[in-house]
Each structure stands twice: as structure tokens, then as C-alpha cells.
Design a binder for this molecule. Sequence first.
Ligand SMILES: *Cc1c(COP(=O)(O)O)cnc(C)c1O
Length: 439
Amino acid sequence: MTLRLHHSQFDVSQNTFELAQDCIAGLSDVWKRIDDLVFSNQARVLRAFGNTRVSLSHMWPSTGYGYGDAGRDGLEQLFAEVFGGESSLVRLAWTSGTHVLKTALFGLLRPGDVLLSVTGTPYETLRPVIGISSQESEVSGNSLIGLGVGYRECSCLVDFESGLIDSNDLENALAQHITQDNTVILVQRSRGYSSRKTISMESLKRFMEIVGRRWPNVMTFVDNCYCEFTDVYEPPALGVSITAGSLIKNPGGGLAATGGYVVGHKKYVNLVAESLYAPGLGSDAGSNPYGYRDVYQGLFLAPKVVGEALKGACFASLFFSKLGYKTDPGPFESRGDIVQQIIMEKPEALIALARAVQAASPVDSFASPEPWDMPGYSHPVIMAAGTFVQGASIEFSCDGPFIPPYSAYLQGGLTKEHVVYACMKAKDALDALEIIPDR
Ligand SMILES: *Cc1c(COP(=O)(O)O)cnc(C)c1O
């Protein structure tokens, strides 16, 4: 039997449906390349499961101190191998990406040390952690700066155009900013709410070669949020001291209910463990009374789920660019994260898109998003997230800082079909409101 799709099945107009079908046809080569990426990463993950000898008993819960928790230890062995690092800490005690990054930075930095961001001002929620939030009154004594850590930033590693930087320029720029050995260099791969390119693994490789040769005592720290499994290897394989991320993004595969990870050199992972628990306890303690099945299965699914999110992002980019909106990355550009920016230009267009994404969600489809002052952000944000796991941005979601140029950041998508469906609904909603982009 051949199934013939028809616009009435989706409750969208015929021209919307046909545009979506054209976009899907136009993406066949791009989607094929993503299939190959998924295949390669699935093999990497399966090999690690085999080497770790994962069995059903690894999924069992533990209680109290969690001494001898085999599920926890197996998971950490898996993450270390999959990410190509010496050691890892994977814990459900971490609530979010920000919490992981905070714990890790506080574990590595001492008063008098310097944190140097080479990818510009870090992600919004990290600014209060460093102590650089815009409102003076909000700077906490518990921030890094409050505790006597120095902070500097530059955009040495950022190329706004091609995403790849000249090695000599990079070395010279770094030399101006690295003034002491006790420095942690922070690289945020994903762009956050900024208009720059994602830091590709190729750029990171050049950067690590330079730092390793010229500043071997300096620590390197990668915020890997949104970037896991978008390439065939991960930053720890390049010798990055600590790489960190959230389990409710890419590596949790949509199943992990909370948690985070760090992977890197053993001595630095131990420092992070002391920061999360206590000096003397390190990584030996830490229980989980609910069991680890979702985290193991989530990691197993993660390459495929990231592939779906990447395909959805390419689709959204092509679909909205055909409607006349500027999109970044472009549909055929290479990608290093799962984020898609669509510049909506008008506040009413951003609201309409967010509401359409919400209405097309499996959970809370009846809710209607409004811009609000979300904790950790310096301007109102409109967010659509009808997710099974609260705030999980590996599930299809849409955030927009409610300031010009009214950009929507789409991310995630457990199935590409969900993203296609939501984009079609968004076009119909924009059409009904007679919203069209300026040209
Ligand atoms: C999501 C994200 C974080 C952490 O955000 P949480 O919402 O706390 O998980 C940090 N950096 C980047 C680049 C991110 O995308």
C-alpha cells in the first residue's frame, strides 16, 4: 500500500503542506548526511556499552550514601568512553546545565585565578555565576568575582562569518589575554542568544593545539550544551581539561529526567566531584533511589534523537527562509549544535510562532505563551515548551528574547515530524494574522 499524504490530515492549508513537502524533498542530501552522522555515533555509543558490560543490574536504584553504586559507576565509565575522556562524573543531583557549569567552575578556580572566556560574554544564566550580570545590585558575593576570581573575556575563538579562525591570529589574540598560568579558558561552543557561529570541532582542535603547545599549564573548559553528537567526536578527545553539559539536552536522548555530566582529566573531574559533594567524599558518594534506566537508555538513543533535532532544524531553516525570514544557520550550512535562529523581525510574529509551537506540543498544548521576566535572564523572554520533562530543550521548544530583532531560537525535536508539523501550523497562524516579513 502506498500512503498518500493530504493537507487535510494535518489541518493545514494546501499551499502550506506543499511548501513543507518541497522543503523535505530539497533536504534529501542534507538529511542523508545526518543519517551517516547518526550511524557513526550510534556505533560509538554501542561500542562503549559493550566495553562497559552494561547489564540490567546497572539500572537498579541505590540509597543513602550510594557507596558501591554499580549503576552510577557504569554510567560514568560509559560517558568517559563515549566522550573520549579519562574520567567522568554523571549525576542526577545536578538540576540543570547552569548548575553543572557552576559546580565545575567553582571546583577548578581559586581566589587569584582567572577565568578567561574566549567566546565572548557567556550564556545568560552563567553571568550571575561569574558576577557580571547587568544590574549591579544583582552581583552576588557567592559569584566567582565575589570570591576573588578574576574574569576576562574576548571573542578570540569566534568567527562571525565562516566559523573557522586563522591559527596565527588566534595564537596572537590568546597571547594578549593569557597573563598567568592559573587560568581557566572557557569555550562555549553553542551560540546561546547571540548571532555568531557555533564553535566547530575543527576550530576547537586548532585552539587546543595552540593552547597545549604554548600554555600547557592552563586549564581548558568547554560548555558543550546543545553540541553533543553533532559531530563524530567530542571535546574531551582533544584533551580539553573539563567538558560539561546537561542531561536534559542532547546526551539524555529525551529520556533522562534531570542531571548533568562532566568529562575530562581525572584530577579535574575529582575537583568537580569535591565541589558537588565534599572534599574527602569526591565521587564515591551519591545515590539515586529511582534507578538509572532512563539515563542509560537516553544515552543509547541520543545519537538518533540529536539527528532528528538536526533534521528538524534544517527543515525549519529552509521553510522559514522560503517564507522570507532570515535564518541562521542556513538550511544547507554545517551545524555544530541543535539551535536554529529565525529572525521574526516583529513582536507579533515572534508571539505567533511561539504560540503555534506550543499548540503543536504533546504536553500543555492548550497553554498560550507570553513574554515574561524569567529568572537568570536580563530581558523578557517568550518560551514555548510543551515538553514531557520540564525545560528539556532536546524536546522541541522555542525561546525568544523579547527584544529586536525578535529572534526565535528553535531547538530540539524528538522526532523531525513534530518539527515539520509545528512549522506548518506556524505558517498557517502567521498567514491568518496576515503577518509577512519586511523585504
Ligand atoms: C542550556 C545552556 C546552558 C545551561 O542552561 P540550563 O537551562 O541551566 O540547562 C549553558 N550554556 C549553554 C550554551 C546552553 O545552551
